[in-house]
Design a binder for this molecule. Structure first.
Ligand code: F6P
Length: 438
């Protein structure tokens, strides 16, 4: 059965004038399955040309959207209304009436483009909060098999109901035959919303609505386990050079998109507390915070950027040599080399659907993650050191603990960590989802 993926971001990047499948992430994970089935990927066309990209074994169909449509659909409804609500940041929720119109129109454009490629017989796999209405639109257009994977958290009903279109959103999603979330908690909350807002009857792991059964399952995503193991040997030399550059200091690493959900400010403050409480580490560690630019057209992200820069500069001044902030995108291998060089990773989002940095770090390095208990990954990663990222003193203690663990405990935690990460292979995840769907 032909597979048609619908996702906001296209799975390719341009390298020296030619398109390539993007490294890492969803694109790399789905490429083998798409290639096997003769796949199509429908994505937003950031250039607006509507050009189709034909790669070996993969056709990328791009949906052109006007600047105004993108402002309402992506910068507005998806990233200022849905994103904060899904991550329980009620105070960041912004709502403007016109955005919903753009969001619906963009979802319709995606669904129509997908149906033109796949027809009734294809298998449709919709991704994430940008496209919640696409499952119902695909079904109305004749699609017989539709899956949806929700990559971000799902909030409790009291929070969801703040959204004036909460019912329409849930009904849109219920157009799918299978809806996947990262954790049982998100799946259970969704079933509760389906019951309360769409009148669905809930039967174990399914919502029955309009005579149809929609399965709702926890199917946590993972990372490319064999690919990352291979990457480790490729980046080791570079990792040694990074270690040398910091002259024998033990390295801590943080890597995130610049986003208020990631807890970057709280993490830097926790690191400062750690150095204040244990000053003997001032000359023995360096914390490298690697921040990638993100969603710069959204006001909340611009505000966060200036606060982060102020705190980072003050920290670099106060603890010379012990803190470095790098702002900008790094190549995949450069990022992985930093992971391989680090003794400890600080993965402390205030809320995160899953968080794959902890998994990638665990595979590529020999260290341990200090991990937020509010990331989906905390449910699955044994051996990680769990913290409440709002409790900066607690995070400081976990950093100290991570740097002073006995060799035996480090070894035990490493082995638990690796076992749990190996269970979360993204290729196996994609196969499992599609098996359930078909
Ligand atoms: O994980 C959530 C998510 O929105 C992904 O869908 C996306 O690829 C990533 O965050 C980056 O965000 P954006 O596509 O807005 O740059």
């Amino acid at each position: 059965m032909k597979l048609v993926v619908l996702a906001n971001r296209e799975p390719v990047r341009r390298v020296e004038g030619r398109y390539q499948v993007a490294l890492g992430g969803l694109a790399a994970a789905l490429y083998p399955v798409l290639a096997r089935r003769g796949g199509v990927w429908v994505a937003w066309d950031p250039g607006g040309s509507g050009e189709r990209i034909e790669l070996k074994d993969l056709l990328v169909v791009r949906v052109p959207l006007s600047k105004r449509r993108v402002a309402g659909y992506y910068q507005g409804y998806a990233n200022q209304a849905l994103w904060p609500l899904m991550h329980l940041f009620l105070e960041r929720f912004v709502y403007k009436q016109g955005w919903w119109h753009d969001y619906r129109a963009a979802n319709r454009a995606f669904a129509e483009a997908a149906l033109r490629e796949g027809g009734e017989g294809a298998l449709y796999w919709v991704h994430d909060y940008h496209l919640s209405l696409a499952p119902a639109l695909l079904r109305e257009g004749g699609a017989r098999r539709v899956g949806l994977f929700w990559h971000v958290p799902w909030p409790p009903l009291e929070v969801l109901e703040v959204l004036p279109e909460a019912e329409a959103l849930v009904r849109g999603m219920l157009g799918a035959d299978l809806i996947g979330f990262h954790t049982e908690t998100y799946a259970d909350r969704f079933l509760e919303a389906a019951r309360a807002l769409a009148g669905a009857r809930v039967r174990e792991d399914a919502a029955v609505v309009g005579g149809r059964r929609v399965r709702v399952r926890a199917l946590p995503i993972g990372v490319d386990v064999p690919g990352l193991k291979e990457a480790r040997s490729r980046v080791l030399k570079r990792a040694e050079a990074i270690q040398k550059a910091y002259a024998g200091r033990r390295i801590l690493v943080g890597a995130d998109r610049l986003d208020y959900t990631k807890g970057i400010l709280e993490r830097i403050r926790a690191f400062r507390r750690f150095l204040e409480r244990w000053p003997e580490f001032k000359d023995r560690v360096v914390f490298l915070q690697l921040t990638a630019p993100s969603r710069e057209a959204v006001p909340a992200y611009r505000g966060l950027k200036s606060r982060l820069f102020r705190l980072a500069e003050a920290t670099e001044r106060r603890f010379p040599g012990a803190f470095v902030h790098h702002y900008g995108a790094l190549s995949r291998d450069e990022l992985l080399a930093h992971f391989a060089a680090a003794d400890l990773a600080l993965v402390t989002p205030l809320r995160d659907g899953m968080n794959l940095v902890a998994l990638e770090y665990g595979l590529v390095s020999e260290g341990l993650p200090v991990l937020s208990r509010f990331a989906g990954a905390a449910r699955y990663l044994k051996g990680a050191m769990l913290v409440n990222p709002y409790d900066e003193a607690g995070t400081a203690r976990a950093i100290h603990r991570g740097l002073t663990l006995s060799a035996a405990e480090r070894e035990r935690r490493r082995s638990e960590l690796l076992d749990s990460i190996e269970r979360l292979d993204v290729g196996a995840w994609a196969e499992a989802f599609l098996r359930e769907l078909s």
